[in-house]
Ligand binder design. Sequence first.
Ligand code: HEC
Length: 302
Amino acid sequence: MVTNNKESNKRSSISSKFNQSLLTLFLVLVLILIPIVYYLTKTQVLAQANKELTLLVDMVKSVRNVVREDTRPHFTPKGEFFPVVVSSTVMAKTVAEKFARVRPEYYIKIFSDNPLNADDYPDELEKELLQRFRQNKELKSVVETGVIRGQQYLLSSAPATVKKGCLLCHGDPARAPLAISKKYGTQSGYGWTVGNVIGGSAVGVPLENINAIAVERTLYALLALAFIFGVLYVYINTTVRRNIISPIREIAEKAKKISRGDLGNALETDRDDEIGELSNSFEMMRRSFISLVRRIKANNTA
Ligand code: HEC
């Protein structure tokens, strides 16, 4: 029994070596796969968000241009200061509000820390941006990821710099159009100075959860890899058993018989590979043994 056990251990060693290399290869591939899937997912999600973001930013710019190029030149000479047709910011805000009704997942905000409308007060991230725009006047826009109210966005923001025309509504509250001072009061949103960065705009596209998608994709990739390796495992093991282990065992059995003096079993093979060579060598040895034995016997009888 003991020798049998040893033998079976030895017998399985070729396939277990194959299996070990297969397992190592599998683990190496898994280790390579995880960072690659994560990297590709991240690049793809960001590229997708970036595409949407430029689209949205350009749309907001175009909306502002409607006021600058079309409605303001038409209404201002007539002394009409209805904000939505005179201020591109108000137009952009109005469009953003209506857009939010149909697409609440997108983020469009025009903010100032001295606002007419208290809703436009910047939140944490926007305060930080405002500070950066004030410190660096060269900074014309920033695109980065950020969290607002628990949601991760890809955000594009730009500073709002006070120009002379803004003072019509944001200058001296006593001289502001009545519609404005009536609606927003006279406390906040006035006294802006030309050239100052008074606020900014932020346009955000929701970012899908990169980690969750990466984990899901990695799982699928692992499943596919495990399936491929499973098939490979079965295939290699049956092939190794059929073509290497069984014939070697057969040769070993016959070699054992020869060693016990049983010379009657010919080793026949039609293989022309290494196993065939081994089998043929044994067969030659067996025949040499037979003739040797015959010669010895003849010598003895003579
Ligand atoms: C015709 C009046 C008018 C003019 C001119 C005007 N604005 Fe405004 N602006 C408003 C009104 C009204 C609001 C508030 C809209 C709302 O209800 O949210 C506003 C809001 C803003 C806000 C958001 C913060 C806040 O005050 O609520 C920014 C930033 C802003 N304007 C920047 C500008 C800049 C920069 C200019 C000049 C390039 C300008 N505005 C010119 C009327 C005007």
